[in-house]
Design a binder for this molecule. Sequence first.
Ligand code: UAG
Ligand code: ATP
Ligand code: API
Ligand code: MG
Length: 491
Amino acid sequence: MKMKKLLRFIPFYKENRPISDLNVTGISMDSRTTEPGDVFICMRGVEVDGHRYAEDAVNRGAVVILAEKPVDVAVPVILVNDTSRALAMIAAAFYETPSEHLRVIGVTGTNGKTTITYLLEEIFRIQKKRTGIIGTIQVNIDGKTFPVKNTTPDALTLQRYFHKMRKARVDQAIMEVSSHALDQGRVYGCDIDIAIFTNLTRDHLDYHENFDDYLRAKSLLFAQLGNGYNKEREKFAVINKDSPSAHRFIRSTSQGLLTYGIHEEADVMAEDYSLTETGTTFTMITPVGSIPINSPLMGMFSIYNMLAAAGAALLSGVSLPAIQQSFRQTKGVRGRFEPVREGQDFGVVIDYAHTPDSLENVLKTIKEICHGSIIIVIGCGGDRDRSKRPLMAEVSMEFADSVIFTNDNPRSEDPKQIFRDMTNHLKGYHDIIEDRKEAIQKALKAAKKGDVVLIAGKGHETYQEIKGIRHYFDDCEIAREILRDMKERPS
Ligand SMILES: CC(=O)N[C@H]1[C@@H](OP(=O)(O)OP(=O)(O)OC[C@H]2O[C@@H](n3ccc(=O)[nH]c3=O)[C@H](O)[C@@H]2O)O[C@H](CO)[C@@H](O)[C@@H]1O[C@H](C)C(=O)N[C@@H](C)C(=O)N[C@H](CCC(=O)O)C(=O)O
Ligand SMILES: Nc1ncnc2c1ncn2[C@@H]1O[C@H](COP(=O)(O)OP(=O)(O)OP(=O)(O)O)[C@@H](O)[C@H]1O
Ligand SMILES: N[C@H](CCC[C@H](N)C(=O)O)C(=O)O
Ligand SMILES: [Mg+2]
């Protein structure tokens, strides 16, 4: 493709040499994987500055460099104000602005993104639509899966996936949009039709300067709504009206608005709800009528997730009975309040709660259904927000009867430091067992009839990252193994 053609998507640039006929065959943002014929884009990263690698990229065959400041290389250099935005626009252009031709729903917020994307996927599948999902667990394009490194991929990978979706004739794309992604402009070149906001509570304050900065990043999704190429379809923001930050998100967008909630007056609401051991029931009130909902999903937070999904589905033209059917049939999402049943007489739940708020929600839900004691196994991830560690520990101590702190993904950190951050200020009794398998074993062996063991923090993850190495580890599989073993060899 002609470089000039790609540059048409960038409002302002300056070249140090004429590039009139220059052809590029690919885009690269990493000198380690640059290929001959690529345009190399220098990104200012969190760890290093990509401008340093311009020469390496040229040595690997890059034919032109896009940068924010002059770099001394033997090929033409194009200067732009912001390479993150330029990457997003050029990647979209290179793949023929694929999101413009897809219907795209983007979900942001601290908790509930993955769950809502899967609820929506189930709804659209019942409608016989071809779906594409991009998120924490994996990318899934009409049944074909791809592993992921980030919840929201970098701009180049993202556009490549949208392109794949177009080729697979996907009707509906559904993606999670993280605050890191918004801050780094990963979704800048995306044409999003419906943007959902779930909630905003404490997380990622290692990356964002403070809570307001975190909120500002999240609200970019709504500020950008309608900036895409497709001006024919109306765009909508779907906002949780019960969130204390709702008004900030509502104010950020000039597009259509649909609100949902339980306590505040909203367009889509839940009334007469009841939370039981087998799920939730409520009446869903919407602008097109009311309908009873009966779902195996547990807890108040699940009602919010269903309202958000229902709001976006209604805006996409799905009927109320189809939404009702989907919520009734849903199997839930891997690692989200996932029960493990091996015939034992106590409950075991695997859950991805890794923020103080999600942990509190899950524990409160268990408290409502558990007649015995609650035993929790939990840790906090390394190289992530330290400020949430004491809060997660406090929530565990407040709601559980027995607490075992253990490793999550320590990453590059010393696990002992993570435990100190979690427990230094605690007064009550708790166990610390570094080895996660041993911790799970202790919890399961201690459980009595009617108790519930919550194994929190890692959900669907099938690895444990220790000092840069990912070791195979699956909470659900380990719990099953131990439970079967306990059945065969009762003590
Ligand atoms: C902290 C963070 O967000 N890091 C992300 C960021 O990497 P970075 O800025 O650190 O990159 P860098 O290493 O400094 O390199 C800068 C540039 O130089 C280039 N480079 C570097 C070295 C070299 O030899 N040659 C070269 O060209 C790099 O390719 C890059 O373009 O940009 C990369 C590409 O987009 C991301 O993959 C990477 O995510 C890392 C893996 C990560 O762990 N991110 C987490 C914190 C994250 O983003 N999480 C969110 C949300 C999680 C949630 O759901 O709660 C997510 O969306 O996943
Ligand atoms: N609406 C909600 N409000 C609060 N907590 C929730 C909500 N939905 C789910 N949770 C809790 O948060 C955990 C993570 O849920 P989910 O994976 O859907 O969130 P996410 O926003 O995708 O998280 P991540 O930022 O890691 O991608 C769940 O295991 C559950 O404990
Ligand atoms: N996507 C989140 C997941 C955290 C999950 C938890 N298991 C951890 O490793 O901290 C993050 O990268 O912050
Ligand atoms: Mg997620």
